[in-house]
Design a binder for this molecule. Structure first.
Ligand SMILES: [Zn+2]
Ligand SMILES: [Zn+2]
Length: 305
């Protein structure tokens, strides 16, 4: 497991080993900082695009264009769809905001300086960290039970915000599958299938923006994005859900750590991520669901013993 520490760049070691001189170290440091800032900038761009461009574009398209075209306006099904859309939107944005603003790092936690079993040293934070906590180069701090760095949240997914990430991906997936069904219905009614340009719009949506910019082109493009996002979030959700059922985080799956396992059986593994009120977290991110531990104390079962 100590292999994780090698992810951290230790400039001093390189200098001492003689693989780099002082000037090269300075250049490497500068490059590292620039790459990190670029990554941060891209991440901020990603979630701002989601919140201010993609979500409003989809809400408008689904509720103002597709819904009145596929369901009779002001009928009971019309209001049922409106209620479902509101529920999904609240859960997607709510879980995203909670996930972003829930601190899951070691900052502010009192870590016992005494060396305990399975604790490792972080060369960057210069402290001993609990089992399953790893350093994130982008967040620049150690994260409790670190799963991965999430570009949509612009922060790490760890012990305290794992539940929000799971609900966020789940509801985007559900919303995208739900929308896709009605979007296909809508396109079948709306598109004029009598010319070859329609096929072109499906194959080269971006090129068609130049040739024939109109409602039709925009709608086809949105439905294609809809399909891609559904596939992507579906994969993300099922991959991470499968991991959490096994009681593992992504690095433990990747490095296939066989020495220590934190698998406590299906139900306990679910509670470890979603908290004691695991059945309520699916209704809203505002429901509190206390986690059984503190992300520091881990009683791993040592398989080597
Ligand atoms: Zn660290
Ligand atoms: Zn991170």
């Amino acid at each position: 497991m100590t292999g994780h520490i090698s992810h951290n760049i230790n400039w001093n070691d390189r200098y001492v080993q003689g693989t780099c001189n002082k000037k090269q170290i300075m250049m490497l440091k500068l490059q590292f900082i620039q790459n990190k800032q670029l990554k941060r900038l891209l991440e901020h761009g990603t979630y701002l695009t989601i919140i201010f461009v993609l979500v409003p574009a989809f809400v408008y398209f689904e509720l103002v264009v597709v819904l009145p075209a596929t369901v009779e306006e002001w009928s009971i099904p019309y209001f049922v769809h409106l209620a479902c859309a509101t529920f999904l939107l609240m859960n997607i944005l709510g879980n995203m905001i909670y996930g972003m603003f829930t601190d899951t790092s070691i900052k502010g936690t009192v870590l016992d300086s005494e060396n305990k079993e399975n604790w490792t040293l972080c060369a960057v934070c210069e402290c001993l960290r609990p089992p399953r906590a790893w350093h994130c180069n982008t967040c620049d701090i150690c994260i409790l039970k670190r799963d991965h760095h999430c570009t949509f949240f612009a922060c790490c997914v760890g012990y305290y915000n794992h539940r929000y990430f799971m609900c966020f991906t789940f509801y985007i997936f559900v919303a995208m599958v739900y929308a896709f069904y009605y979007n296909v219905k809508f396109l079948a009614i709306y598109l004029k299938w009598n010319n070859g340009l329609v096929i072109g719009k499906f194959l080269f949506p971006l090129a068609c923006f130049v040739i024939d910019f109109g409602d039709e082109t925009v709608y086809v493009f949105l439905v294609e994005i809809n399909f891609i996002v559904a596939m992507f979030t579906g994969f993300l959700f099922f991959y991470h859900f499968n991991n959490l059922l096994k009681g593992k985080v992504t690095p433990e799956i990747k490095h296939n750590s066989k020495e220590v396992t934190y698998n406590r059986g299906l139900k306990q593994n679910v509670i470890e991520v979603f908290g004691s009120r695991w059945y309520l977290v699916w209704l809203s991110p505002y429901f509190k669901s206390p986690l059984p531990g503190n992300g520091i104390e881990w009683n791993g079962e040592d398989k080597c013993k």
